[in-house]
Unconditional design. Structure first.
Length: 350
């Protein structure tokens, strides 16, 4: 009989504060008023960043720009394996909701998740979507240092079964979704159930958990970015867990900090692109054309725009640029500043 997994950790002031701040940022995002086209753009940006970061941590050489090109179906100069890793991860994140059965994560769905993440990228294809039958070790790809030796292959099926049972238990359902995701990320990496692709699968699993626990905030934030920004800190946090006690307190401090940082970045972007609530109530949803969106995005990035900049941006006449400006003024989105030749436009405040 499999022993159900039981996580060991304590709530510190840091973890509790992080969870409170995460909840606050999430509320802001959920209640923000966003033009629908911007929602798509933010989601796409987070997806590309996550695919780039999660594969880069494991040694993939593609740049963020190259990952973005692959996402748009544009060919890049890279090995077939490097491209396939990124394409696989993009597809998995795009369809993360399908890796569950009636709201539960099962052994079958985890095997499917791994198979899709590693499809056509492993030296031995028979390892795709199949628990390992070899002893492996977890190492820092940067320094080559061994972080820890995972359990023997004979123990993997029972450990995964106990972990999955806990994941779907009432004990787990009473915890904050961010804590569940953090615990699962670590336990999955510790068991290391596959020969390769464990890190990417663990990070995708954390994303899936946040989605299933209805924490999923419109898929606007990429947690993988946080790990990739300081890989040594990521490996150190994994290594901080004592293998005798398996006390996850320090790891969860690191994990919740990452969620907070990532969700705060998403909140910043959302607030920049949001329009005040009273405008929504007064006018309903404001649908912008492609040109109008680009003008607004330019103002957000540069705090202002001029008529001549609009002319250059779209290669249009002064009259056509003036028409675009007038439309945005009528929509109560921008206002004029300065006089004469020094006229420029900013986002309307209040």
């Amino acid at each position: 009989m499999n022993r159900i997994f039981s996580p060991n950790f304590n709530y510190t002031h840091k973890i509790v504060k992080n969870l409170i701040d995460i909840a606050s940022a999430r509320e802001t995002i959920l209640n923000a008023y966003l033009v629908p086209k911007w929602e798509v753009s933010l989601r796409r940006d987070a997806l590309i960043r996550a695919a780039h970061a999660s594969t880069a941590i494991e040694g993939n050489p593609l740049s963020l720009e190259e990952v973005s090109q692959l996402a748009r179906g544009i060919k890049v100069t890279a090995t077939r394996k490097a491209q396939q890793e990124v394409i696989n991860y993009l597809k998995v994140l795009e369809n993360i909701e399908k890796y569950q059965e009636q709201g539960k994560i099962t052994g079958k769905t985890i095997l499917k998740l791994h198979k899709d993440i590693t499809r056509e990228t492993l030296e031995a294809p028979e390892h795709e979507g199949r628990y390992r039958e070899l002893q492996v070790y977890v190492g820092n790809r940067i320094t080559g240092e061994v972080i820890f030796m995972p359990p023997s292959p004979e123990e993997v099926p029972a450990l995964m079964s106990g972990f999955i049972e806990w994941l779907n238990s009432s004990d787990s359902s009473q915890l904050n979704p961010v804590i569940i995701a953090g615990i699962s990320h670590y336990e999955f990496v510790r068991i290391h159930p596959f020969v390769d692709g464990n890190g990417r699968t663990a990070r995708a699993l954390a994303t899936l958990i946040l989605y299933l626990r209805e924490f999923d905030i419109k898929k606007f934030f990429a947690l993988d970015d946080y790990y990739d920004s300081d890989r040594t800190a990521y490996y150190n946090a994994l290594k901080s867990v004592d293998q005798e006690t398996l006390d996850l307190t320090d790891w969860l401090g690191y994990f919740t900090e990452g969620v907070l940082l990532s969700i705060s970045k998403a909140k910043g972007k959302v607030l920049q692109l949001s329009l005040e609530k009273h405008k929504k109530e007064a006018k309903g949803q404001v649908a912008l054309t492609e040109k109008q969106m680009k003008i607004i995005e330019h103002i957000i990035s540069n705090e202002r725009i001029t008529s001549s900049e609009i002319q250059k941006m779209f290669k249009i006449s002064r009259q056509a640029a003036h028409k675009e400006i007038l439309k945005l003024i009528e929509l109560n989105l921008i206002e004029q500043k300065g006089t004469g030749k020094a006229v420029y436009y900013v986002l309307k405040q209040g």
